[in-house]
Design a binder for this molecule. Structure first.
Ligand SMILES: Cc1cc2nc3c(=O)[nH]c(=O)nc-3n(C[C@H](O)[C@H](O)[C@H](O)COP(=O)(O)OP(=O)(O)OC[C@H]3O[C@@H](n4cnc5c(N)ncnc54)[C@H](O)[C@@H]3O)c2cc1C
Length: 344
């Protein structure tokens, strides 16, 4: 394992922006991780571990410390019978390759999580989810290095405190655990209806009644590809804003002015408004900003795209323009997707 110096972090974020890391190390096995952590401790350097950089935006100042890039590989069937298969995977495995492999083998449990960019090790961090599945439904164990007690250990599903797009890895114990592997429980039985709305519509529009993992994977890939940009071709970090939740009184006032405003009731006194609709109506649908080099994605205004931005401050300037347009028109303050990390 080599400790590289002064490395551009733009290559380690799918947004393609950011300054340099003072130090960067690519780790291929557990032992490399221990060596990298020991080096950082003796050189008094802060650390951050990353996978594919699809959920990270680096500041223009870069990272004053050691960035650890996780490439720990493994794929092993750990236990199986006719109905159940348990697989153990290295945290540096490309997530979509794992989904492809399991779907091809007829194993169900993660097929709806197809085409989510990044590594397997990042999946528990925000409990990735899509089309009715999330990773907490199949994880039985997470292997971690605990930097507090300086030991490798296994966490059970319950230990991870999973919630909607969250876990202890991004909340109470952020930065404490380095995820090195996962064990997933997959099944030989197919997903069954009722499906998530857009998946259900796609299946019926295309006359698909075979719900095998491979068939669901293909449907999810088709839906996602029609809506979202491929980060290998277009620089982006997925959704940039969360849907807005506002008090019912504010919704009633807005409804009088904007009768076509889509909404869902949340509990009895709150209303959720799709942020994509707010951004579109504020004039930012398929918007190309010549000042910053940023744009909103043609089929999904929630996704900010780096067309030719020069810095993270360009991105933040564009983000601020959208936020103030929405605030001015609707009186609603957009929230940045919490999983986007700006590491100063
Ligand atoms: C086009 C696009 C579509 C997306 N669609 C979805 C979606 O449908 N659903 C969804 O949930 N997400 C989605 N995302 C977000 C993203 O793909 C996921 O959050 C993914 O799991 C991030 O993986 P990564 O390896 O790139 O993580 P990184 O961006 O490298 O890291 C993300 C966070 O996890 C931490 N981390 C990474 N690896 C480890 C590890 N081994 N141990 C401990 N901490 C670690 C990092 O420190 C950081 O805080 C999308 C992103 C894009 C660009």
């Amino acid at each position: 394992m080599e400790i590289q110096k002064n490395v551009s972090l733009a290559d380690y974020s799918t947004m393609g922006l950011g300054g340099n890391a003072d130090y960067l190390a690519v780790i291929k096995e557990r032992n490399d991780l221990v060596k990298a952590l020991t080096w950082a401790e003796s050189n008094k350097q802060p650390i951050v571990v990353i996978g594919g950089g699809s959920n990270i935006i680096w500041s223009d100042q870069g990272f004053k410390g050691l960035v650890i890039v996780n490439e720990i590989h493994k794929y092993e069937i750990f236990k199986e019978d006719e109905e159940n298969t348990y697989i153990t995977i290295g945290s540096g495995e490309n997530w979509d390759k794992v989904v492809e492999r399991t779907a091809n083998a007829g194993l169900s449990g993660i097929e709806a999580l197809s085409l989510i960019p990044g590594t397997s090790g990042a999946t528990p961090v925000q409990n990735i989810g899509a089309y009715g599945q999330d990773i907490s439904q199949t994880i039985t164990a997470v292997e971690v290095y605990d930097s507090k007690n300086k030991e490798f250990m296994m966490l059970t599903n319950a230990d991870c405190a999973f919630g909607y797009r969250t876990s202890r890895f991004k909340t109470t114990d952020k930065g404490r655990f380095f995820i090195t592997g996962l064990t997933l429980h997959l099944r030989s039985t197919n997903m069954q209806p009722p499906f998530y709305e857009s998946l259900s519509r796609y299946l019926s529009d295309n006359g698909i009644s075979n719900y095998s993992p491979d068939s669901i994977r293909k449907a999810v890939i088709a839906i996602r590809s029609s809506k979202l940009p491929d980060p290998a071709k277009v620089k982006n970090c997925g959704s940039f804003f969360t849907n807005s939740i506002i008090p019912k009184e504010q919704y009633n006032e807005l409804k009088a002015k904007f009768s076509d405003m889509p909404h869902w009731l949340v509990g009895t006194d709150k209303v959720k408004i799709p942020a994509a609709w707010l951004i579109e109506k504020a004039g930012y649908k398929d918007y190309h900003d010549s000042e910053t080099g940023m744009a909103t994605w043609v089929n999904q205004p929630l996704v900010l795209v780096n067309e030719h931005a020069k810095s993270t401050s360009d991105l933040l300037k564009f983000k601020a323009k959208i936020e103030s347009a929405v605030l001015e028109k609707f009186g609603i303050k957009l929230e940045q997707e919490p999983e986007i990390v700006i590491i100063q």
